[in-house]
Design a protein. Structure first.
Length: 173
């Protein structure tokens, strides 16, 4: 899918399915996933947004853990991601499929996804798009003047999350 040719790839259809985007942050996952969800009329589920919303509104241990994760600019513990995804995928709008952005940044989260889908009765075909780019290019995109520039993004935090990604999945994907 590109600006010149925004046609959906043949592998993706508007049938009951799950489309999963994974890759190093800054690789374009969110931009492409959001566009595809809109084109297909499927819910766009961004795990980062679920975490931020939970941090703002939830006073339980989940909210506390999300607040700590954002403050420390680290990954959320996989068991918390799995529970947050289970809650979100249990909502009725996901019954015919969805586009998932994030939630598979660690091996434990990736291996936990089939269990989440089974538990939420969302067992359906899954198409995975793994976007790859050099880490220096991803870093440049995140830190540039036009980059995402979240308040907790700084050189150290971005490099730490990139290291975590490569240690968990980047070498295997």
């Amino acid at each position: 899918m590109s600006e010149e040719n925004p046609r959906t790839p043949e592998i993706v259809s508007n049938t009951r399915q799950i489309i999963l985007f994974m890759g190093l942050e800054g690789s374009g996952n969110s931009t492409i996933a959001r566009r595809l969800a809109l084109e297909l009329g499927k819910p766009y589920i961004y795990v980062g947004e679920i975490i931020r919303r939970t941090a703002e509104t939830d006073q339980s241990e989940f909210g506390e853990e999300c607040r700590a994760m954002l403050k420390e600019s680290r990954y959320l513990k996989p068991e918390f991601v799995i529970e947050l995804l289970t809650r979100r995928l249990s909502e009725p709008d996901t019954s015919e499929g969805f586009v998932l952005d994030g939630g598979t940044r660690t091996l434990e989260e990736t291996e936990g996804l089939p269990g989440i889908l089974e538990k939420t009765n969302r067992v359906m075909p899954v198409t995975v798009f793994h976007l790859r780019m050099p880490h220096w290019m991803s870093f440049e995109r995140l830190m540039s003047e036009n980059g995402r520039r979240r308040e907790y993004d700084n050189v150290e935090s971005i490099l730490n999350r990139m290291k975590n990604y490569y240690n968990q999945l980047g070498k295997r994907a």
